[in-house]
Design a binder for this molecule. Structure first.
Ligand code: ADP
Length: 539
């Protein structure tokens, strides 16, 4: 036998015909079998008591079994259409056969539609149909058990043709068997005597069927592979109890307590797989709804990231571009003088070149922020980095009339980080501090940049200003994308900064400064490795 072809793993894990049962499912199935056995023991003492005039209920019973088995077969056929396993087709055949055979069984049952069944069927007709049904079903189930490992069929027209072929051939077989039995009464074995009691010949039927059931319990129960196999084991147990009640406990007395209890077991057997299929379908639908919702959320998140990405490019590039334009104008003015000042013009050009380089680095940094894993980390000292950033803003500090103070911890350990990104964070925080103080009407304008080593191996950087302070009652929204209180703000600087720091294992938060202004603080984990030369890329 060839091994089953491996479909996509997730699909197999979801289908109850392929998913292995979990512990809880096994416990529930064992519990159901125990209940079925317990109920049989309760019924056993009364099994032979006759329940007279209950013939009309036989039709109701048959209608229930017929409907249940046909719906189960339809669901199994739709499962076959998805998984294309020949074993499922055979299993659906078993349910179709059992459901169809129930019809002639009820029609020939003495006292249901006519005293001797329709067309004077006679005593042996019902028993013969029952015998064929009782042996035919476990034989189909055995075929199912043997075919479980076989190769799945290729998708194509063959699958619908097989489904139609299966329904037509089972219906034709049942019609053929029924016709033969009704037409050849004299050839039928004597399974019952004239009073309707079973004969010794009948005992071969439960004998053979119970052996087949035992084989099936071993194959599906002990060597079962799927949730479906587990519940088929329960079905087989219910069928075995039904046969035991009918043939032994009630001594084959039709319409006795034992006989009717057997009908209930038979109905249970017909319903088990249907209930499990319906429960699985409901839980699949719920899982599907959850995963669609999750996918939608992920899509929205991707969209926000994309918007944040494009907005952050604009935000981070605007600054060096504005500075380049200012310097270009300054350079032009130095050159346009009667006596061009080449030194000043050269200095302006150098600043333009520096800003251009910075813009390029910012683009690289933003790309690194949003692309997974491509982070170029190096060991770096935060103090020189902070001094460099402050140096870059000298011109802005002058024009905004700010005093800059630093309290940098000389013993600060190195951190392992992406230099461009951390520079970007520091620049964002310094720019925000300048903006917050520029709009002040009076009072001192002081920018304090502090670094310190924290217990627990972290480096802390605090950028404190004496500006307008955090927007009241909205401090929790500062880090949300596109939150801004500035006329020309974009509201992505703090979002990107927090993203960068969190990607480095650090944090960023804001508090009020006393007596006025705001403090933005961030931490980065210190590098714990051996101390080679700083700025050496860590691989
Ligand atoms: P943007 O600077 O474009 O507005 P940010 O994400 O950098 O975007 O800042 C978001 C908001 O946080 C600002 O609009 C401002 O309201 C507030 N904010 C940031 N830094 C400070 C600060 N130092 N003082 C007061 N408010 C600040």
């Amino acid at each position: 036998m060839e091994p089953a072809s491996q479909g996509p793993g997730t699909e197999r894990a979801l289908l109850l015909s392929t998913a292995p049962p979990n512990k809880q499912q096994k416990l529930v199935a064992a519990g159901v079998i125990a209940l079925l056995l317990g109920a049989m023991l309760l019924v056993a003492p009364f099994a032979r008591n006759e329940l007279k005039s209950t013939e009309p209920l036989v039709l109701a019973y048959t209608a229930s079994v017929f409907t249940t088995e046909l719906v189960t077969a339809a669901l199994l056929l739709s499962l076959f259409a998805i998984q294309r396993s020949p074993a499922l087709l055979v299993l659906a055949t078993a349910y179709l056969f059992s459901g169809f055979m129930a019809v002639p069984w009820a029609l020939s049952f003495p006292g249901v539609l006519a005293p001797m069944g329709i067309a004077e069927a006679g005593q042996q007709t019902t028993a013969s149909i029952a015998a064929i049904r009782r042996i035919g079903c476990p034989l189909c189930l055995l075929t199912y058990a043997m075919l479980r490992g076989s190769r799945e069929l290729r998708p194509g027209r063959l699958v619908p043709a097989l489904i139609v072929g299966c329904i037509v051939s089972v219906a034709a077989t049942v019609v053929g068997i029924t016709w033969f039995i009704f037409e050849n009464q004299e050839l039928l074995p004597h399974f019952t005597d004239d009073s309707g009691q079973i004969t010794d010949l009948w005992m071969y039927v439960p004998g053979v069927a119970l052996v087949l059931y035992a084989l099936l319990v071993v194959l599906l129960g002990l060597f079962g592979r799927s949730v479906l196999d587990l519940w088929l084991t329960v079905v087989i147990c219910a069928l075995a109890i039904d046969l035991f009640l009918l043939s032994f406990l009630s001594s084959g007395t039709r319409l006795s307590v034992g006989w009717w209890a057997g009908r209930l077991y038979s109905l249970t057997a017909a319903s088990v797989v249907l209930l499990v299929l319906l429960a699985e379908a409901a839980s699949l639908a719920a899982r599907l709804a959850r995963s669609v919702a999750a996918e939608r959320r992920a899509q929205e998140a991707r969209l926000v990231t994309l918007q944040a990405f494009s907005a952050s490019i604009a935000h981070e590039i605007n600054q060096p571009l504005a500075s380049m334009v200012t310097n270009a104008h300054a350079g032009l003015r130095w050159l346009a003088r009667n006596e061009p000042d080449l030194d000043e013009a050269g200095a302006a050009l150098a600043r333009i070149a520096r800003d251009g380089q910075r813009a390029g680095q910012v683009i690289k940094g933003i790309h690194a922020t949003f692309s997974k894993g491509a982070q170029d980390h190096a060991r770096l000292d935060l103090n020189p980095l902070l001094r460099e950033v402050l140096d870059r803003y000298q011109h802005e500090f002058r024009t905004a009339h700010l005093t800059v103070q630093t309290e940098l911890d000389p013993d600060l350990q190195q951190v392992s980080a992406n230099r461009v990104q951390i520079e970007q964070v520091a620049c964002n925080l310094v720019t925000n501090a300048i903006d917050a103080m520029r709009s002040l009407a009076d009072g001192p304008r002081v920018l304090l940049v502090r670094s310190a080593a924290l217990d627990g191996g972290e480096a802390l950087v605090a950028i404190a200003d004496s500006g307008i302070g955090l927007p009241p009652a909205r401090a929790d929204r500062l880090f949300e994308p596109f939150f801004t209180t500035k006329a020309s703000g974009l509201g992505v600087g703090l979002t990107v900064s927090r993203l960068i720091l969190e990607a480095h294992g650090g944090r960023l938060w804001a508090t009020d400064n006393a007596p006025r202004g705001a403090i933005f603080q961030f931490t980065l984990p210190c590098d714990r490795g051996p101390h080679p030369a700083a700025e050496e890329p860590v691989r």
